[in-house]
Design a protein around this ligand. Structure first.
Ligand code: 3PG
Length: 211
């Protein structure tokens, strides 16, 4: 299965910020135990590359990707460490072109018609919509779905267990992303059972809309 399709099947993409690489594998296992087999480890900390490498090596059933990828250098590093997909907060033509050329799944952040058209020019069918709660949320994505009927969105930013249902019910949503499933605080406190429970609840919400 195509990696972008796997993100859609999961329905939720945890945005994971790790300060310590040693927390990466236990966090991945907690997500897997909750039925979530995708995770985006963000390039916001010095531990990102080692964290991605650890999960890629020790949790083969987890589809690990890199988030907050801003430069081509970070993108190449992430893929070298085993990232199966790349997420950018915004649109970088350089990063998108490299990923497409190298067969690496990429969901760049696109919130305007111009950015969506740039992504489409590289053949992308799914983009991130960030920060969703600031750029108009569901109303904005619905309006963009008029001219861009085949484009699907992964909103992140302000998505949580309370509003998840509204997002995933919309036909133009591919999946949702967010940090609520495994917050920095929960990871630091090693609250892995809580992470698993939040994932189970989110998966139930996702599956409720699939049947
Ligand atoms: C992201 O990088 O996608 C966001 O920081 C996630 O936003 P959230 O913390 O509001 O879920």
């Amino acid at each position: 299965m195509d990696i972008v399709e796997k993100l859609g099947n999961a329905g939720v993409v945890p945005v994971v910020v790790l300060d310590k690489a040693e927390d990466a594998v236990p966090t991945a296992k907690a997500l897997l135990a909750g039925g979530v087999d995708v995770m985006e480890i963000t390039f916001r900390t010095a531990a990102a590359a080692d964290s991605i490498a650890a999960v890629a090596k020790e949790c083969p059933e987890m589809v690990v990707g890199a988030g907050t990828v801003i430069t081509l250098e970070q993108c190449e590093k992430a893929v070298e460490c085993g990232a199966k997909f790349i997420v950018s907060p915004g649109y970088s033509d350089e990063v998108v072109a490299w990923c497409v050329e190298n067969g690496v799944a990429i969901t760049p952040g696109c919130v305007t018609p111009t950015e969506i058209m740039a992504a489409m020019s590289h053949g992308l069918k799914v983009v991130k919509f960030f920060p969703a709660n600031v750029y108009g949320g569901l109303n904005a994505m619905k309006a963009l779905s008029g001219p861009f009927g085949s484009m699907k969105f992964i909103p992140t930013g302000g998505v949580n267990g309370q509003n998840l249902g509204e997002y995933i019910a919309a036909p133009f949503i591919h999946a949702v992303g967010g940090s609520w499933l495994c917050s920095k605080g929960d990871i630091a406190a090693h609250a892995f059972d809580k992470i698993t429970r939040l994932c189970q609840e989110a998966r139930q919400a996702v599956l409720g809309f699939e049947v």
